[in-house]
Design a protein around this ligand. Structure first.
Ligand code: FAD
Length: 317
């Protein structure tokens, strides 16, 4: 079922969902199931599975280091199909512009359709670690709005090189990313919202936000998005802080601010066990206010861990 249908069916009740990261290649999918299992009691109607960008790896060959580009966490679509089969929940594979040609994207979408996957999250992807700016693949998309356009075309039977109407069209529900603190490359929040509106106009059905730690920023973003004419559901993305290192890492990777009160609480912790508790409590408080405001879904970023998400969900669902 589509994410938007789940939201409609919930009739105003806030849903619980989460995002997982595929395991490193060579690792068993059972590791992933061990993280998903404890969260199933909260009945997520859908689970997101990220797609990783390729990165440089160094392989020793004849005593020399050979540089190769590879994807360390492949398997997104396969994992989505496995989760759907094992847990009977809908899955949302993340589909990237970066690293894919339009043809490869078309094949991936055809696979998703045949596997009964009805939702996709359309994203541009970040620059690779050795690049200063995002560079599209040759024959790939530059912006997520173009990817949304391709998915919508496919929904109408318009493949890249031909129109086929043989009675079996996909009907993907499309999610896109939104940034309460603006995307790092956007010159202003207003201009970023204009770009978000372009994604919705191209056919996006819902928005999931980047993580934020100050709920005020989310509420202001929702108001500004509505003023900009964005009328699709906006789902808050939430991440519990879990280690002292997150104080530097999260702003650096996700280009977000942390509230002073949270920074002070984390800095005063004597170890990461205490930080984890602070993170869980902060998230519970944040989630309660979002619940009270009637957000459609509370969507948690697990980033490879589920014990803290379980602790939060136990208080709320
Ligand atoms: P876009 O919507 O294409 O925007 C990128 C930038 O370009 C923005 O600054 C925007 O304002 C600007 N822009 C857009 N259109 C135009 C235009 N026509 N002209 C000029 N500027 C324009 N990354 C992964 O690698 N894998 C994942 O699985 C993944 N999942 C994510 C899930 C969520 C919920 C979020 C919020 C992010 C996720 N990301 C993921 C990160 C995402 O790929 C990066 O944030 C990326 O830098 C931007 O992606 P986007 O889809 O928002 O890009």
């Amino acid at each position: 079922m589509k994410v938007t249908e789940h939201i409609k069916q919930a009739n105003g009740k806030t849903l619980f969902s989460f995002e997982i990261i595929p395991p490193q290649k060579g690792s068993s999918i059972k590791e992933l199931y061990n993280k998903i299992d404890p969260l199933m009691e909260f009945k997520p109607p859908f689970i997101d599975v990220t797609t990783s960008r390729e990165q440089h790896v160094y392989i020793e060959k004849n005593g020399l280091l050979d540089r190769k580009i590879t994807r360390m966490r492949p398997g997104t679509v396969g994992i989505c199909a496995s989760i759907k089969h094992k847990y009977h929940v809908d899955t949302v594979p993340h589909v990237l512009c970066g690293g894919f040609t339009k043809e490869e994207t078309e094949y991936l979408l055809v696979d998703c359709h045949y596997l009964g996957i009805e939702n996709v999250m359309a994203l541009r992807g970040d620059a690779m670690s050795h690049q200063k700016y995002f560079q599209p693949s040759q024959g790939g998309h530059s912006y997520a709005s173009q990817l949304v356009g391709q998915i919508q075309n496919l929904n109408k039977g318009k493949y890249l090189h031909e129109v086929i109407d043989a009675g079996d069209k996909s009907d993907f529900c499309i999610g896109v990313a939104g940034y309460p603190e603006k995307h790092i490359e956007a010159p202003s929040l207003k201009s970023d919202l204009k770009r978000l509106k372009e994604k919705v106009d191209a056919g996006a059905d819902y928005v999931v936000t980047q993580m934020f730690f100050d709920k005020k920023k989310f509420f202001e973003f929702v108001t500004a998005a509505k003023q900009a004419g964005i009328n699709v559901p906006i789902i808050p993305g939430i991440k519990p802080i879990a280690t002292k290192k997150h104080l530097q890492l999260l702003p650096q990777v996700f280009k977000i601010d942390l509230p002073e009160a949270l920074i002070e609480a984390v800095e005063s912790c004597k170890d990461n066990k205490a930080v984890r508790q602070v993170g869980v409590e902060w998230c519970i408080a944040q989630s309660k206010e979002l619940l009270a405001a009637g957000v459609p879904v509370l969507h948690y970023y697990s980033m490879g861990k589920s014990d803290n998400i379980k602790a939060i969900a136990s208080e709320l669902f």
